[in-house]
Design a protein around this ligand. Structure first.
Ligand code: NAI
Length: 219
């Protein structure tokens, strides 16, 4: 990776998509791919792909293209997916339970170690074999188990207090589902997830497609 280079978030957001397509190519037994072939597969221009990957030193070879396995491994390392991350879920309601039941994370190197809630009716319950623990004990648990990521699935009103506690206990990242902008120390990364953003973007594209179809019909 280029030293001291600040990579734009737009580039970082495209990397998981590159990685996903490379994994599919690997499954099909493809060893190498030209940037043009990769471009028509993934839907970004060849120059966009080159520009994105040049941020990290390139990886392609003139006249050869990209080595699929090599590029997959490089992107995995850039994203930090060559390690395992320990996570806790805070809030064992509808969303927290759905995430705990989503075992994909285990395979992908993201391990849910614990679930916490304040509701005594939920404490002790097992979700996907993980016992819901009392939120009062979260700081000790995170410290002792060297938890990397906190997943915030509490109500909006509790989210900042939960974030403060998790940061104090030593997490390095927060995956925040609560609809609030969290204030955290500089060294803690926050990724906000809003399913509604995706739905609103869908509405925009649907309406734009419809308008274009109407315009084409008028011609
Ligand atoms: P829920 O009401 O079913 O669950 C919230 C849980 O948080 C409850 O079990 C409650 O006891 C617990 N809780 C509250 N304060 C706590 C604290 N200080 N420590 C530990 N646990 C605490 O709500 P649901 O439907 O699971 O939603 C959870 C959050 O996720 C909400 O903020 C909601 O707005 C948000 N949400 C976000 C979505 C997204 O796309 N980002 C989609 C759906 C929900």
């Amino acid at each position: 990776m280029k030293k001291d280079a600040k990579i734009s978030n737009a580039v970082i957001k495209r990397l998981p998509r590159y990685r996903r397509y490379l994994k599919e190519l690997q499954k099909k037994g493809v060893d190498k791919i030209s940037s043009n072939e990769f471009s028509s597969l993934i839907g970004y221009t060849a120059s966009q792909i080159r520009q994105d990957l040049n941020n990290f030193g390139g990886f392609g070879q003139q006249g050869y293209g990209y080595n699929v396995e090599g590029l997959y491994n490089e992107i995995s390392a850039i994203l930090g997916l060559d390690k395992e991350y320990k996570m806790v879920i805070v809030g064992a309601g509808n969303l927290g339970q759905a995430i705990a039941n989503h075992t994909y994370y285990y395979k992908a190197g993201f391990v849910v170690c614990g679930i916490f809630d304040i509701n005594p009716r939920l404490i002790g319950l097992k979700i996907n074999d993980i016992e819901v623990m009392d939120y009062e004990t979260i700081v000790d648990y995170v410290e002792q188990n060297q938890i990397d990521i906190g997943i915030i699935c509490t109500t909006k009103d509790s989210a900042q207090e939960v974030a403060d506690k998790l940061c104090f206990a030593g997490v390095r990242g927060l995956w925040n589902f609560a609809p609030i902008d969290l204030e955290v120390p500089e060294y803690v990364a926050v990724e906000n997830v809003h399913l509604s953003d995706s739905l609103h973007s869908l509405a925009y594209h649907m309406n734009r497609n419809y308008e274009e179809k109407e315009k084409a019909a008028e011609k």
